[in-house]
Design a protein around this ligand. Structure first.
Ligand SMILES: [Cu+2]
Length: 630
């Protein structure tokens, strides 16, 4: 009886407390705690291979707080779309946002909150209209039929979709335009234990987790109301209610860092609760549908020191690993845009927390970058025990993702150096549309050297159309850069002198504060050794990605095949505000035998150049993969 009375009182108290929180009387923290659920599910073949998704503004409510967000089909998170290798399907993207769009001030700034388009992140697919072309424009009030033909050998796996209209990508993805896109496994190619937790036969165990920042706190770039102001969003979508007994508006209260309104949602839910049986295996598809935050996901017992669940990574960035493995350093690293598939079994009854955790030593590989630390989801384990086994093998990779580590130098048909710089430059320039910085022939092996001249900041690089294999982390001997307010400068690493060769539009008079310890991040070629202590952002050479962290002061060799598809390929930073501000470049894949002339240099200076200016592949010190021990 006493127990019932206690429950009654606490229920009433809880009710009273939640009643007190409102738009005029806000309270912190937000609590969430609803049951976990998958997004709604769309299978293209159940819909005659034609899916319609609309974009419009809808209410999103967490606890007492209701905000206006642009959403796909009114859902937060958007529906999971299931497709199959080889199929041809149509997505009608209907943009129902308000016309006209506010005018955009200038190139490579935020703008056009109501103009959109669609990108299928990670798919090996044509970029030619009406397929995955990131420069398609779907204006407010318009619709567009994307006609996709999925590659017949497209690997099954976890992808995602989001807008890619340059200028409004950060704002729209931050707001909620994001959803899982999954190429369904062929059940006959799966080991039985994996088939038992995977769609299409066992969809109840196949769980998508689309991570999404929900932030109003003004501590960094994820403050949604600041993003609304920056892009010129309609005033009526803001939160300008006056608070009771206060001079503040709700928006001001939400932005106060003391209230710490900064959470990582799962499928639009704050700290949802997933119930599973002891010993029961689940497949988690983790998607960092993030705009700019990096995650390092782990599951811990809420009782400190007690054992946690068993986790195996089986795929990263939609590509199955060779064999299942435990997450390195106990956590799964997901840069913005990154995905991982887990198999998870919790053997003991109890309560566990999925969270993102970083340590000081992670900086050695990821440098300074925005990252999220904190709880994300609760896992409650109870009920009848079940038995599960992890698989020992995984499905093979497709024809276009075969191991390229031992390709002889003479079979590499194209080399390119993609240099990431300060002030949102790639190849020393801001994004300039179809201004091709490099051209490659279709169906050839490419070797690219990804370098980052930033002294402290890492950038997650995403390349469209073709996933790539990480070959090596090389010694970095190029220049370093520093800048402010759009102005920047390159310096010689050996002497600290200003480089003789800079870039187009360089202003030698610009005031730039020289970095105090510019060489402190050198040495990735040694620290990347994961058999040693390791640090979390490095990729093991031989693994495949479509997005990876380029550490500060680094030089990383990647390889890939320009399989099947000719056309525009964009490579960009997946910190999406960096992308909107210009951190993207265009490459063209052409038919065999066509001209490969491209705009490699900036203002006459080649990437890597500093005191001398030579075409990059002849530069002494640009480590070629054939010289590198892997
Ligand atoms: Cu960036």
């Amino acid at each position: 009886m006493l127990k019932i009375a206690v429950i009654f009182v606490s229920v009433c108290l809880g009710f009273t407390l939640s009643q007190e929180c409102s738009h005029t009387s806000p309270c912190t923290p937000l609590k969430g705690g609803l049951a976990f659920k998958n997004p709604s599910q769309i299978h293209t073949w159940n819909q005659n291979l034609h899916v319609t998704i609309d974009v419009d503004v809808h209410d999103v409510t967490i606890d007492w707080l209701t905000v206006k967000r642009r959403l796909y089909n009114g859902e937060f998170t958007a529906p999971t779309i299931w497709i199959r290798a080889g199929e041809r399907f149509v997505v009608t993207l209907a943009n129902n946002l308000q016309d006209p769009d506010p005018p955009k001030p200038e190139a490579n700034k935020f703008g056009f909150p109501n103009t959109t388009n669609l990108h299928t992140h990670g798919l090996h697919i044509s970029s030619q209209s009406p397929r995955d072309n990131p420069v398609i424009v779907v204006e407010p009030g318009q619709q567009f039929d994307y006609i996709y033909h999925v590659h017949p050998d497209q690997q099954a796996g976890t992808f995602w979709y989001h807008p890619h209209y340059h200028g409004s990508v950060f704002f729209q993805v931050l707001g909620g335009l994001k959803g899982a896109l999954i190429v369904e496994d062929n059940p006959f190619l799966l080991p039985q234990s994996l088939e038992a937790v995977s769609c299409p036969l066992n969809c109840e165990h196949d769980l998508q987790m689309v991570f999404s920042l929900f932030q109003y706190s003004s501590q960094d770039s994820g403050d949604f109301s600041k993003a609304q102001r920056d892009i010129g969003d309609y005033e009526g979508f803001r939160l300008n209610t006056a608070l009771d007994n206060s001079d503040q508006t709700l928006e001001e209260w939400l932005e106060d860092p003391a209230n710490n309104i900064r959470y990582m949602l799962v499928n639009g839910l704050l700290n949802p609760v997933l119930q599973i049986h002891p010993g029961q295996m689940k497949r988690f598809r983790l998607i960092n549908a993030g705009e700019y935050n990096t995650l390092a996901i782990e599951v811990v017992n809420i009782i400190q020191g007690e054992p946690s669940c068993s986790v195996k990574e089986i795929a990263i960035d939609s590509i199955y690993l060779d064999v299942p493995r435990e997450p390195r350093l106990g956590r799964t690293y997901l840069p913005p845009g990154g995905r991982a598939d887990w198999l998870i079994v919790c053997n003991e009854v109890g309560t566990y927390e999925m969270r993102s955790t970083f340590y000081d030593e992670d900086k050695a590989s990821m440098g300074e970058t925005h990252h999220f630390t904190g709880p994300i989801m609760t896992i409650k384990v109870s009920g009848f025990p079940r038995n599960s086994d992890f698989p020992h093998i995984l499905p093979p990779k497709p024809s276009f993702l075969q191991d390229l580590r031992d390709v002889p130098s003479e079979d590499i048909k194209g080399r390119f150096q993609l240099e990431m710089n300060s002030q949102f430059r790639t190849g020393r320039e801001l994004f300039a549309g179809a201004y091709y910085r490099y051209k490659a022939e279709v169906d050839t092996v490419q070797e690219w050297y990804i370098t980052n001249t930033e002294t402290t900041v890492s950038h997650p690089l995403h390349i469209h159309v073709n996933s790539f294999q990480i070959i090596s982390y090389n010694q970095y001997t190029g220049p370093y850069s520093a800048g402010k307010d759009g102005a920047w400068r390159l310096y010689d690493q050996a002497t600290g002198d200003t480089c003789n060769y800079q870039f187009s539009g360089y202003d030698p008079q610009a005031e730039i504060e020289e970095p105090s310890d510019p060489l402190k991040y050198l040495g990735h070629e040694q620290r990347q050794d994961l058999t040693q202590e390791g640090t979390i952002a490095y990729v093991e050479p031989g693994e495949w990605r479509d997005t990876f962290t380029v550490p500060p002061m680094s030089n990383v060799t990647i390889r890939f095949v320009t399989d099947t598809y000719v056309g525009l390929v964009v490579a960009h930073c997946h910190i999406l505000n960096h992308e909107d501000w210009g951190m993207m470049l265009a490459v063209d894949i052409v038919r065999q035998g066509e001209s490969l002339d491209a705009n490699l240099a900036s203002g006459g200076a080649y990437p890597w150049s500093c005191m001398e200016n030579t075409e990059p592949l002849g530069i002494a010190g640009l480590a070629m993969s054939s010289d590198i021990e892997t």
